[in-house]
Design a protein around this ligand. Structure first.
Ligand code: AHR
Length: 503
């Protein structure tokens, strides 16, 4: 049966979507900062050295929040090195990625960049090699108005007004043995709780993210969540989730189903949070910050041997995945999964934003260009605002190596009441067949088609480059709407964005 049916009703609300679910991430890693967002001397660079071609693409994506400065980098982060007069900033050995960090770009430059990109700043404190005093100094430097040593130092550095950074991560992936200053769950839980308590004494308006597991395959998952939250639950607002997906076996049907794994991961973390809530007899419900997610496998992080033999250089081109068309379909499925959990996933960061496993690539000195995954991210961020609705969907299904009963059609629906728009996001996972879709929009009146955007390509492995954009959106004319009923065709292996105006 190559037919799917759907009911969309404005009363089937999952939740208001927190726009921060379309966040992203920039780490001091490879060419993300240097020759990514910052390249003095580039033809498009402004007086600060910010590449305007990159900034324009970031603005096009309407990225609401960007996590910075890491990542693994955070576990050795010495924020003081990156502030003040540039000529006095020290160059350091950066151990997480074995690079030379010049510190020519630091937190004040990032705050300036965020303003220009119209995005919020999500900061992280180092709980690997450092602890409570350094986290407090950093917060005081960033958010306290003036009249103290750290806040006055910021003023001296040219920033009279505080940055007022609202969202802070308490370290990064502290469960990972690769992390500098790796900790057991109890060690991390205690340190994070005490750091959180003290940080909220300085600024009670901040929101804090406790480190969850580095991925769902970690041997300590989900005990890590349970143990750390038993310490941090009362003091934090979010727990983090990280997961990367890949098609290492070149099994596309299986790869396209990996969002089912994301769905199961989210459900397990929700259950663990709610278990701690019950144990503590707490009234507070903890939300999730899925602050690292993406496809990542084309370029792997260097092995320990490769890493040990790499010379210390500034901004080496590492983790530069060149994404293909099927990766874009997977990113679409993952975005749909995040929207289906809009009631608990309130923040998420596509990792990362520029050059390093990123939707935006740059040629040093040359062009900025769009990877295939740029497009589903763009469409979700721009059109997926408002309320996430639960579509009732009947779709044909398939079995593959890691999953059974995988729906061929994956879909999320958003309703932006202010704009008077309903958007249906849908991926057809079938690699061979188009699937027709009938959708009953029974609670809406005056339903009219605005446009049906698609991303399709006969070659699942097609990639974009600075010279040629092989994978780019087009429009379908397959959608007809009549009397609140929609009929369309979702072509094989396609990402679809059906925008409707409604009353
Ligand atoms: O995003 C790349 C790396 O992946 C991050 O530094 C780390 O947090 C994760 O393991």
């Amino acid at each position: 049966m190559n037919h799917a049916k759907m009911i969309v009703d404005k009363d089937f609300k999952i939740s208001q979507i927190d726009k921060r679910v379309y966040g992203s991430f920039i780490e001091h890693l490879g060419r993300a900062v240097y020759t990514g967002i910052y390249e003095p001397g580039h033809p498009t660079a402004d007086k600060n050295g910010f590449r305007q071609d990159v900034l324009n693409l970031v603005k096009e994506l309407q990225v609401p929040i960007v996590r910075y400065p890491g990542g693994n980098f955070v576990s050795g982060y010495q924020w003081e090195d990156g502030v003040g007069p540039r000529e006095k900033r020290p160059a350091r050995l950066e151990l997480a990625w074995r690079t030379l960090e010049t510190n020519q770009f630091g937190l004040n430059e990032f705050a300036d960049w965020c303003k220009l990109a119209n995005t919020d700043y999500m900061m992280a404190v180092n709980l690997g090699t450092r602890g409570i005093p350094e986290a407090l100094a950093l917060l005081e430097y960033c958010n306290h108005p003036s009249g103290t040593a750290w806040s006055d130092l910021r003023v001296k550095h040219g920033y009279q007004a505080p940055h007022n950074i609202r969202t802070w991560c308490l370290g990064n992936e502290m469960d990972g043995p690769w992390q500098i200053g790796h900790k057991t769950a109890t060690e991390y839980g205690r340190l994070a709780a005490e750091t959180a308590k003290a940080m909220k004494m300085i600024d009670p308006t901040i929101e804090l993210v406790s480190c969850g597991s580095s991925n769902s395959k970690m041997p300590t998952f989900p005990d890590w969540e349970s143990e750390t939250l038993s310490h941090t639950y009362d003091y934090v607002d979010f727990i983090s989730m990280h997961q990367y997906y890949g098609n290492r076996d070149n099994d596309s049907a299986n790869f396209l189903a990996c969002s089912l794994e994301m769905d199961a991961f989210i459900k397990t973390v929700i259950s663990t949070c709610d278990y701690i809530k019950a144990k503590k007899r707490s009234n507070k419900t903890l939300n999730l910050s899925f602050d690292e997610w993406n496809v990542w496998f084309h370029s792997n992080a260097d092995s320990d041997d490769q890493m040990a033999n790499r010379p210390w250089t500034v901004a080496p081109p590492i983790l530069e995945d060149n994404y293909n068309f099927e990766d874009a379909l997977v990113v679409g499925c993952l975005l749909i999964t995040l929207l289906k959990h809009a009631d608990r996933v309130k923040m998420a960061c596509l990792a990362q934003l520029v050059n390093v496993i990123a939707p935006i690539m740059t040629d040093a000195g040359g062009k900025a260009w769009k990877q295939t995954i740029f497009y589903p991210y763009l469409h979700a961020s721009v059109y997926g605002r408002g309320v996430s609705l639960q579509p009732i969907l009947e779709s044909p299904k398939y079995d593959c190596k890691s999953f059974t009963d995988v729906p061929y059609i994956e879909s999320a629906v958003t309703y932006n009441e202010e704009a008077g728009e309903v958007t249906i996001f849908a991926v057809n996972r079938s690699l061979t067949d188009g699937i027709s879709l009938s959708c009953d929009l029974r609670s809406f009146s005056d339903v009219k088609l605005i446009e049906h955007i698609t991303l399709e390509n006969d070659d699942l492995k097609a990639v974009n480059s600075s010279a040629c954009e092989k994978v780019a959106p087009s429009h379908s004319n397959a959608t007809k709407v009549d009397d609140g009923k929609l009929e369309t065709m979702l072509n094989k292996a396609s990402w679809n964005v059906i925008r409707l105006s409604v009353k």
